[in-house]
Design a protein around this ligand. Structure first.
Ligand SMILES: Cc1ncc(COP(=O)(O)O)c(C=O)c1O
Length: 390
């Protein structure tokens, strides 16, 4: 054969691979089928976008953690936000209404308002303090899905997701949870009757602030089918390198989460005793709002919580607090090994149910540093805050 032909065949995929701890990072758009009959056999992976070895390994592991209906019960998306928008697009149609908690992650709200509305899907925001009975009884006949996030973004309101799921099911309404805080481990939505469990793997599963991905897990065959069709129709895919990296993160997820939990509670307890702090919003801390629900349904907490600085606190004073931090980075993400802080109030303006909090809100992501070093950093911040106050 000519060199051109030989170079196209030479060194192709080996028949079998040596066994390593992780799956092979198999790269490919083309998938070679063994015979003509296999080409149109729907049981086969026939194209790389459907996911290869690393994707399948990640879906298998996530399905095991989430209690999904096998690896096919988990779909992967290029970001956490894409997982939320992908699930909504897959499950809703023109004329439907979706009920969304008012404390939802803000870009999800933007998608509902800007995109779902354009396709004739109405969004109604509800106060997460609404009782499950009132929420479900008050839903119109057009409501197809209830989207929850508990604890809620930035302000950490808890909702009885199990009860909402139970009541919604009786009315034929689907339920979904953005469970990024629970990381698929501390709370398992599917085991509590929620139909669709969504998470930004970008946060704790990745764990190192360097890769984006989202997942959706489900049990009901009809829902699983709709989610898989959604991916098929939208044409979204994630790279095998990223899938491998997520699987690697999953191996140490419980161990890292336990350390985040311990560090965050240590920091939260210290903050609670400071006169410059008015209130802690951390559901795992006894006495905090939502603690009873958290204790009933969650097996642990992560490193993310919010606290209110004691009022009055001008924007200048809040900035003095943030600007004097040396260990806490100022950044919007969370779930990585490093500690982060943001001010929250500018993000609360779009909410429909405006609540009064105890003072200006600061959200912390407590990383894996020594908590005593983090406390010293926060002390520096509080000193700067009281130095300005007005
Ligand atoms: C609660 C929640 N859900 C979803 C996302 C979106 O994840 P991603 O950044 O991977 O799109 C975030 C990101 O901050 C989040 O906080």
């Amino acid at each position: 054969m000519d060199d051109r032909t030989r170079l196209i065949r030479a060194g192709g995929a080996p028949k079998s691979l040596v066994k390593t701890v992780g799956p092979p990072i198999q790269k490919g758009s083309t998938v070679l089928l063994p015979d003509a009959e296999s080409l149109y056999d729907e049981r086969n992976v026939t194209y790389g976008r459907q996911g290869l070895a690393a994707h399948q390994a990640l879906c298998t592991a996530l399905a095991e953690m989430e209690g999904a209906e096998g690896p096919g019960g988990v779909t992967l998306y290029p970001s956490g936000l894409a997982a939320i928008t992908g699930a909504l697009l897959a499950l809703l149609k023109t004329g439907d209404e979706v009920l969304v908690t008012d404390t939802i992650y803000k870009p999800t709200r933007r998608f509902c308002d800007k995109v779902l509305a354009r396709y004739g899907v109405a969004t109604t925001y509800f106060d997460p303090a609404t009782s499950p009975e009132d929420l479900v009884a008050g839903a119109s006949d057009k409501v197809r899905l209830i989207l929850m996030e508990s604890p809620g973004s930035l302000t950490f309101e808890m909702q009885d997701m199990a009860r909402v799921a139970h009541l919604a099911r009786a009315r034929g309404i689907l339920t979904a949870a953005d469970n990024t805080w629970g990381a698929g481990l501390l709370f398992k939505p599917l085991e509590h009757g929620v139909d669709v469990s969504i998470q930004a793997l970008t946060k704790y599963v990745g764990g190192h602030s360097d890769v984006f991905m989202g997942s959706v897990a489900a049990r009901d065959p009809k829902v699983v089918r709709a989610l898989n069709d959604g991916i098929l129709h939208l044409g979204w895919a994630v790279s095998p390198e990223d899938a491998y990296q997520m699987l690697r993160g999953l191996r140490t997820l419980p161990t890292r989460l336990a350390a985040h939990d311990e560090n965050a509670l240590r920091v939260a307890r210290w903050l609670q005793a400071q006169p410059e702090v008015a209130q802690i919003y951390h559901p795992a801390l006894p006495g905090c709002p939502g603690h009873e629900l958290w204790a009933r349904d969650f097996t642990g907490a992560c490193g993310l919580f919010t606290f209110a600085l004691a009022p009055p606190g001008s924007e200048r004073a809040v900035h003095a607090f943030l600007n004097s931090l040396k260990l806490f980075g100022l950044g919007f993400s969370w779930g990585g090994f490093e500690s982060l802080a943001i001010s929250c109030d500018p993000q609360l303006k779009d909410r429909k149910f405006r609540k009064t909090y105890a003072g200006p809100l600061i959200r912390l992501h407590v990383g894996l540093e020594d908590p005593e070093d983090l406390i010293a950093d926060l002390k520096r911040g509080l000193d700067a805050y009281v130095g300005i106050l007005f």
